[in-house]
Ligand binder design. Structure first.
Ligand code: FDA
Length: 311
C-alpha cells in the first residue's frame, strides 16, 4: 500500500483541535507521551541533556509548537529560545536548538520572523551553539529556504532541514550548496500529495541515500556540514561506509535521533566514534507532534493501548 491507512488517519488526526484538547486533558495520554519526551517543562529537557552528555551524546532542544497566530505569541517564542541559548551556555551543555518557523510567526509576519531567526542565530554564535530550522509542510518550503538563505548569508551558525520524500529536494540541495550550508536530512513526517512527494517508502529511502552521498562529497572538503536525522540503521551504516570511502572526517558529519527512539543504538554509535545528538522535545503543545511519531510507526498505537490504557 502506498501510504498506509493508519499513517494517513494519524496524520489527519494530528490537525484536529478537538482531539488535541481531549488528549491534553487525559492523564493516560500524558503518560504515553513520556515515551518520547523527558517532561513537559524545559528543566526536564535540560536535565536529560546533562544525563545524555555522560554517554557522549549531544542534544538538540525543541520547544513544541507550530502555527503561531499572533505577533506577540511569536515574540514570546523567540524570547524563550534566547533564554535557552543562555542557559545552554551557563550549564556548558553540548546542545543545539531547533525551531519551527511557523512557531516563530512565519505566517503572521515574514519580516519579523526573519528578524527573530537572525537574533537567534547570533545568540547561537555567541553561546557556542547552533540554530537549526525544522522543515514543515510543503506549503512552507519556499519561505523556509528563503529565510534560511537570508540568515546564512549573515551568520554561519545556522542550519536547515531538508526532507528526502519531496521530489524537489535534490534541486533544493544543489541551490543551497554554494552557501556552505549545515543541512539536516530527514525522510519527512507530513501528509503530502503524490504529485510532490514519493508515495513509496523505498523511493524516499533511495533518495535519502543519494542526497546523503551528495552532502558527503561536499563535507569531504568541509564545504557543507551534513546531519542525518534518522533511526534507519541500515541507512546509517551505508552513510558511514560512504563517508569512509570519501575520507570525510568523523567530526564533519553527525547523526541525530529522537529522544526515546533506539536509545541503545544512539549510545553505541557514539561509543564507536560517530557524532550523535538526541533531539529532546518539551512543552505543552505536543499533540500534533506526538501524532506524527505514532504515524511513523503505527505499531506504537498498540503499544499505547496495551501499556497505558489497559493496565
Ligand atoms: P523509518 O521511518 O524508516 O524508521 C526506521 C526505524 O526506526 C523503524 O523501523 C523503527 O524501528 C524506528 N522508528 C522510526 N520512527 C519511530 C517511532 N516514531 N517510534 C518508534 N520507532 C521508530 N521531519 C520533518 O518533516 N521535518 C523535520 O524538521 C524533522 N526533524 C527531525 C529531526 C530529527 C533529529 C529526526 C530524527 C527526525 C526528524 N523528522 C523531521 C522526522 C522524520 O521526517 C521521520 O518522520 C522520522 O525520523 C522517522 O523516519 P526514520 O528516518 O527514522 O525512518
Amino acid at each position: 500500500m502506498a501510504m498506509s491507512i493508519a499513517r494517513s488517519l494519524l496524520l489527519h488526526a494530528s490537525r484536529s483541535e478537538w482531539l488535541a484538547e481531549e488528549f491534553r486533558r487525559r492523564s493516560f495520554a500524558r503518560r504515553a507521551v513520556r515515551r518520547f519526551m523527558p517532561g513537559q517543562d524545559v528543566e526536564a529537557a535540560l536535565a536529560a541533556s546533562a544525563d545524555l552528555a555522560g554517554s557522549a551524546l549531544g542534544t538538540v532542544f525543541t520547544n513544541l509548537g507550530e502555527r503561531t497566530e499572533t505577533a506577540a505569541a511569536a515574540l514570546a517564542v523567540r524570547d524563550h529560545y534566547l533564554r535557552l541559548f543562555d542557559t545552554i551556555h551557563e550549564r556548558r551543555l553540548p546542545a543545539h536548538v531547533s525551531v519551527k518557523l511557523t512557531h516563530l510567526g512565519l505566517s503572521v509576519d515574514r519580516t519579523a520572523c526573519l528578524q527573530s531567526v537572525l537574533e537567534l542565530a547570533r545568540r547561537a554564535e555567541t553561546t557556542g551553539s547552533l540554530l537549526w530550522i525544522d522543515m514543515e509542510e510543503s506549503e512552507y518550503v519556499d519561505a523556509t529556504l528563503g529565510i534560511y538563505r537570508d540568515a546564512k548569508r549573515e551568520i554561519s551558525r545556522v542550519g536547515v532541514c531538508l526532507q528526502s520524500y519531496l521530489r524537489r529536494t535534490a534541486a533544493d540541495l544543489e541551490a543551497l550548496l554554494p552557501l556552505e550550508p549545515a543541512i539536516r536530512l530527514v525522510k519527512g513526517a507530513y501528509r503530502e500529495p503524490a504529485a510532490i512527494a514519493f508515495e513509496k517508502k523505498k523511493d524516499t529511502d533511495r533518495a535519502f541515500l543519494q542526497l546523503a552521498e551528495r552532502m558527503l562529497d561536499e563535507a569531504a572538503n568541509r564545504r557543507a556540514f551534513p546531519v542525518f536525522g534518522t533511526h534507519d540503521m541500515k541507512l546509517v551504516r551505508e552513510i558511514h561506509a560512504a563517508s569512509e570511502r570519501r575520507g570525510v572526517a568523523r567530526d564533519a558529519w553527525e547523526v541525530h535521533m529522537l529522544y526515546g527512539i533506539r536509545p541503545g543504538e544512539q549510545r553505541e554509535l557514539a561509543a564507536e566514534g560517530t557524532a550523535v545528538r538526541t533531539l529532546i522535545s518539551y512543552g505543552e503543545n505536543w499533540f500534533p507532534w506526538y501524532m506524527r511519531r505514532l504515524a511513523e510507526r503505527p505499531a506504537n498505537v498498540w503499544f499505547v493501548v496495551k501499556n497505558v490504557i489497559i493496565r
